[in-house]
Design a protein around this ligand. Structure first.
Ligand SMILES: [Zn+2]
Length: 399
């Protein structure tokens, strides 16, 4: 196995990677008609793990190995591997929910297409990122397909956990679970040095600050804007000097999330809109044009609704990442106060977390950490971000 094969980004996950390698090799034997290997292969998988543990990375790597033309090794070099990694393989579909949930219509269409024979002669693979965002009806549509899978179809579901809030018990019971863990920061740093040629001190800092999330570590190392957004979040604790400040800081944090989210969707919004307008404009002005116009208005409205839903979701994702950074700071304060033998997350603001550890009791630090986690939970439960963040700031200030 090459050090640069499709699994090499899954840092510190030896056991799950071994399982996936064995399954992909068995799947390759099924493709050439050796049914004895079938037992190691399963048609439905769930990838679980905390944010940044690489659920989507693992699912994509496994999909690539299933389509790999070299006995399912996931060589990373053949046409099968490369097109899956580039998301252009004809038999591999990625479902990335654009709104807060994946609807039943989308799921039914997908299940139908997945039932067709794979055009490349290997496997039809459906990767559902954020399977915890399936609506109940969509989950039921998927369940039917998983219960009686077409012989060459594989479903890969990514979800934070197998808790019934994240994935239905019946779907869970039909799937094999791959549990990923948060890779240790030093393993991520080592990968950044070896694979990306990153300088050792940058790699160590980025891996720790990204709390083991290799994709985010790369972004922090490369993008000054991402770094300054992170610094703004880490400046929050010292800005909380009174009730008024709490409201100001809360408003600033939500506004920053909104603007970052808006920047990240602006291009796709505009190109989707112009593509739709062009498609509709091709309708002409002949007979039936009035009816066509009515239909067009409906389609534009539908697009606007989906774009709004995507923007809401992106905002929540950005806010959640800010909260993870903030939680890291309070964790550092606690770790410092208790002299725990573990590394701090935000080494670059260690003087602040040390000062706070002398000022606050461990109990009050723990209450602050809990306030951040409660805020994440509230936003997850659809509480208005402004309200959840204001409540958190007040609790962070009071301690
Ligand atoms: Zn390959």
């Amino acid at each position: 196995m090459s050090p640069h094969d499709v699994f090499s980004d899954l840092v510190g996950q030896d056991e799950p990677v071994e399982t996936l390698r064995r399954a992909a090799a068995a799947a390759a034997r099924v493709v050439v008609g050796d049914t004895a290997g079938g037992a190691a292969m399963t048609h439905a998988w769930i990838f679980t793990g905390p944010p940044g543990s690489g659920r989507s990375l693992a699912a994509r790597a496994f999909a690539a190995a299933l389509e790999c033309q070299r006995e399912g090794q996931g060589c990373g070099e053949c046409h099968g591997c490369r097109t899956v990694l580039g998301r252009t393989h004809a038999d591999v579909r990625f479902v990335v929910p654009e709104g807060l949930s994946i609807g039943v219509g989308e799921m039914r269409a997908l299940v139908l297409r997945a039932a067709t024979a794979p055009s490349g002669g290997r496997w039809q693979v459906v990767v559902i990122e954020d399977a915890d965002r399936l609506t109940e009806a969509a989950g039921n549509a998927l369940l039917k397909a998983i219960e009686e899978p077409p012989p060459r179809t594989v479903f890969l579901l990514c979800t934070p956990s197998t808790h019934p809030d994240d994935i239905s018990v019946t779907i869970r019971s039909r799937c094999r679970v791959v549990a990923l863990r948060q890779p240790p920061a030093d393993a991520v740093a080592a990968a950044l040095i070896a694979r990306d040629g990153m300088a050792a001190d940058t790699a160590a800092w980025a891996a720790a600050a990204a709390q083991g999330d290799i994709t985010r570590a790369r972004l922090l190392a490369a993008d000054p804007e991402a770094r300054s957004r992170r610094e703004a979040v880490l400046a929050v604790p010292k800005r909380l000097t009174g009730v008024g400040a709490c409201f100001d800081v809360a408003a600033g944090m939500v506004a920053a999330a909104k603007s970052e989210a808006a920047t990240s969707v602006v291009d796709s919004d505009a190109s989707e809109r112009s593509a739709l307008e062009q498609a509709l404009g091709a309708g002409g002005t002949g007979r039936g044009a009035t009816g066509a116009m009515r239909g067009a208005a409906g389609q534009i409205k539908d697009l606007e609704r989906r774009q709004k839903s995507r923007s809401t979701r992106t905002q929540r994702d950005v806010l959640d990442r800010q909260l993870v950074d903030l939680a890291g700071f309070y964790r550092d304060v606690l770790v410092t106060a208790l002299r725990a033998p573990v590394a701090v997350v935000h080494g670059d603001v260690a003087p602040q977390s040390e000062a706070a550890s002398r000022k606050w009791s461990p109990e009050s630090t723990l209450r602050r950490l809990e306030a951040v986690l409660a805020c994440r939970e509230s936003i997850n439960l659809n509480v208005k971000p402004e309200i959840a963040v204001e409540t958190m700031m007040l609790n962070l200030w009071k301690g």
